[in-house]
Ligand binder design. Structure first.
Ligand SMILES: [Cu+2]
Length: 290
């Protein structure tokens, strides 16, 4: 009896070890400074932003500076936009990373939705995990353009939702999941399911800013007209993982995580889910056919 229990515990751990896959060593944090500022102009050719930044206490007064940024950030940032970012100094000068557009209206929507979602997770307690037949929870996150996305606006349209993160180096995990989502997008078009929305939520919101996700989408050649990559407050991401049944945790410089893909019907109900990457695109799309 006792031996049997032990062996099932052993297989449980083994199964967990198989389900969880190691993802990406986190790079050591470079020294840097947080700043906010107003984007005065964008130089696409040089890959730079001219920013009127606020005082960086103890380091630099308010001034106008040119910063190098990643290509994905150039897609997100607009002239006249207020941003917060991390300023880093290397041998080529100053550059900005972790750029987030700052917009009081959007920020309020996202923060309020995160608070509501947190309360909902607490209220549901042990029943936080949403079974097939339950609704997708409401949330508000930023997409790869920095725009707010609220899935309730998609009510009336079916959705496929999964979780990924851009630094995942394991080709069998997030990269495979993204390729499969892209195939699903293509297959739905072939079958003339024109109202499908695809959503990939990052597991690593601190690193995956809108600009990083824009770059990620571009690297996979994804048509983002109905495929959004979402990021936002850590608490909202954690609550969504909890409610949608995805595990992720840092482990000795790695992120261990599971994968899940959910199909949401036109009434906002979860009607199908697949764990891992071994699912068939047709198994999702055919459920949306009349
Ligand atoms: Cu991964």
């Amino acid at each position: 009896m006792c031996r049997k229990r032990n062996s099932s515990a052993f297989y449980g751990i083994l199964l967990l070890a198989v389900l969880l896959s190691a993802c990406g060593p986190r790079e050591p944090e470079e020294p840097g400074w947080d700043l906010t500022g107003l984007v005065i102009s964008i130089n696409e050719e040089r890959g730079t932003l001219l920013v009127d930044h606020d005082e960086i206490p103890g380091y630099m007064p308010r001034m106008v500076m040119e910063f190098r940024v990643a290509p994905g950030d150039l897609e997100v940032v607009e002239e006249g936009m207020t941003i917060r970012a991390r300023m880093l100094l290397d041998d080529q000068g100053y550059r900005l990373e972790r750029i987030w557009p700052v917009d009081p209206v959007s920020d309020r929507i996202v923060e309020e939705a995160a608070r509501t979602l947190r309360r909902d997770t607490h209220t549901r307690g042990r029943a936080a995990y949403r079974e097939i037949g339950e609704n997708l929870p409401d949330f508000a996150l930023y997409d790869q353009s920095g725009r707010v996305v609220e899935p309730r606006r998609f009510r009336g349209r079916p959705m496929v939702v999964n979780f990924i993160f851009s630094r995942c180096p394991d080709p069998y995990m997030c990269p495979a999941a993204t390729v499969q989502m892209k195939q699903l997008q293509d297959r739905a078009r072939e079958l003339e399911i024109d109202d499908l929305e695809l959503i990939s939520i990052t597991l690593d919101p601190e690193y995956d800013t809108p600009g990083v996700l824009a770059q990620y989408a571009r690297n996979y050649g994804i048509d983002t007209s109905n495929f959004s990559f979402l990021t936002g407050p850590e608490s909202a991401i954690q609550d969504l993982m909890r409610q949608l049944g995805v595990l992720a945790f840092p482990d000795d410089g790695l992120i261990q995580h599971t994968l899940a893909t959910l199909l949401i019907d036109r009434d906002g109900r979860i009607i199908h889910r697949a764990d891992g990457t071994r699912w068939e695109v047709d198994d999702f799309v055919t459920r949306l056919l009349p």
